[in-house]
Design a protein around this ligand. Structure first.
Ligand code: PA5
Length: 453
């Protein structure tokens, strides 16, 4: 079992939330935990993610790493790339993990993973194909439903390109599909074309799927240790279980969020001080927003990258509307350390910082910021991550998943559905002329006149 690599510290909240108030939330934590563990709460047919850390079989991990090894071999020359195609839960987890664990610049990653299908944009796709034109390329197309428009149309472009480049059979050897066991157009296509295909379990929703082949396969190709990621998540299950805020770290964080929400702090800003955490934030925003934002309630998740954003939204955070609370997600240890050099002439007046590491300076920036924001009326807590390892990230993924599930139950919503996501899709299908949406198309046509791009 791995050591505990993440910690949540709410002691700075005392002016906003007393220890007794937090303790008084124990029954709510216990109730949410019971609903989850007994699998009797809303959305209980989507709780497969709870078992993934402990129950993912060695055989599955081996088949993912074996196939990833094969794909790595096929793209090892000429600065090869994997194009990972997906959106939402079929994109953000892998993107977050690659950014968290890999060198800061894509150019330094071998192989590189490029992401597509998460936007509808010709320039992006055309530039990507220009970038890879002289490189070896493999593709992982990921869609649970197998029918999501954004990745499906991106895959058409990439598939056509791959078939021109490698021939139909050659392309099929370099394309891996990750999709539902039986349903959807992608499963059918994978079968027809002979793509290797990994399954997304029926009982795991998109935003909870990073520890299924959805995240594990592209991460294994990127060179991450997926066994460590799963081991980390299993470790977190141990300290994110229990019916009180003392025992259950995820329950504690969920309780703090709910108490603050009820006091009118309706937006949570997840603030980072290291750029490698930017996409962890993006993943968390989807996890939290899609799970809780329904029935007219839900904490609005927002993300800020400090110190960058202290020079843009810092003013708002310090003196704007007091409806936000802040969780500082910090890395205790970076992979490398640089210190400010000493200059004999001190012409820029910086010798007072000579010899001090960037991390030391960043820490003072963090301390200055949290104290200023507390003084400015922003409740703030700290989520500390030990390092940029797969173990730490696995713990963090599970901590957030568990916390969001508990928090959703405390808010009395079903944290595992996303009915609201369908509204734009239905409109889009109607406007695109998809069969079956004719009535809706008629109703919308007059309304679209003045809203074209
Ligand atoms: O969490 C979710 O369910 C969504 O964000 C989906 O992951 C996203 O819409 C992509 O869906 P699919 O994997 O079916 O293409």
């Amino acid at each position: 079992m791995s050591a505990r690599n993440i910690d949540y510290n709410d002691k700075f909240l005392s002016a906003f939330l007393s220890p007794s108030e937090l303790e008084s939330y124990n029954p709510a934590v216990a109730q949410a935990e019971k609903l989850l563990v007994s699998r009797t709460g809303a959305g209980n047919d989507f709780l497969g993610w709870l078992d993934l850390p402990a129950k993912t079989s060695r055989d599955l991990v081996k088949s993912i790493t074996d196939k990833a090894g094969e794909i790595r071999d096929s793209i090892k020359d000429k600065d090869g790339v994997l194009i990972s195609i997906g959106i939402g839960g079929s994109y953000l987890g892998a993107k977050a993990a690659v950014e968290f664990c890999s060198p800061s610049f894509e150019e330094l990653r071998k192989p590189r993973v490029l992401f597509a299908g998460h936007t509808i944009n010709s320039d992006y796709l055309a530039d990507m194909l220009e970038l890879v034109k002289d490189r070896e390329v493999a593709v992982n197309v990921i869609s649970k439903s197998g029918t999501t428009t954004e990745p499906a149309i991106a895959f058409r472009i990439v598939r056509e390109w791959m078939e021109k480049r490698y021939g139909r059979e050659g392309a099929a050897k370099r394309i891996v599909a990750t999709t539902d066991r039986a349903k959807g157009a992608l499963r059918k296509l994978a079968k027809e074309e002979g793509y290797t295909a990994f399954e997304i379990p029926d009982d795991v929703g998109g935003r909870f799927s990073v520890l299924t082949p959805v995240g594990l396969f592209p991460l294994a190709v990127a060179g991450l240790d997926i066994a460590k990621l799963l081991e980390g998540a299993a470790g977190a299950a141990a300290f994110c279980t229990g019916e009180s805020v003392e025992k259950n770290l995820a329950g504690r964080y969920a309780a703090v969020r709910n108490i603050l929400f009820r006091k009118g702090y309706t937006t949570e800003v997840m603030a980072t001080f290291q750029p490698q955490l930017h996409f962890v934030n993006e993943w968390w925003k989807q996890l939290s927003g899609e799970s809780e934002g329904k029935n007219g309630t839900g904490i609005m998740p927002a993300g800020l990258d400090y110190t960058t954003d202290l020079h843009s939204l810092g003013q708002w955070m310090q003196e704007g509307l007091r409806n936000v609370f802040e969780t500082f997600m910090l890395l205790k240890k970076t992979a490398k350390t640089m210190a400010v050099p000493k200059f004999a002439d001190d012409s820029d007046d910086l010798n007072y910082l000579a010899g001090r590491s960037f991390e030391d300076i960043n820490e003072k920036a963090f301390q200055g910021t949290i104290l200023a924001h507390l003084d400015g009326g922003v409740p703030a807590a700290v989520l500390m991550l030990a390092d940029r390892s797969e173990t730490t990230l696995g713990q963090l993924f599970f901590f957030f998943e568990k916390a969001v599930a508990l928090s959703g139950y405390m808010l009395r919503v079903n944290p595992f559905d996303q009915p609201g996501v369908e509204a734009y899709k239905k409109n889009m299908f109607a406007l695109l002329g998809k069969a079956g949406f004719e009535k809706q198309a008629q109703a919308l046509s007059a309304r679209t006149k003045d809203i074209s791009i």
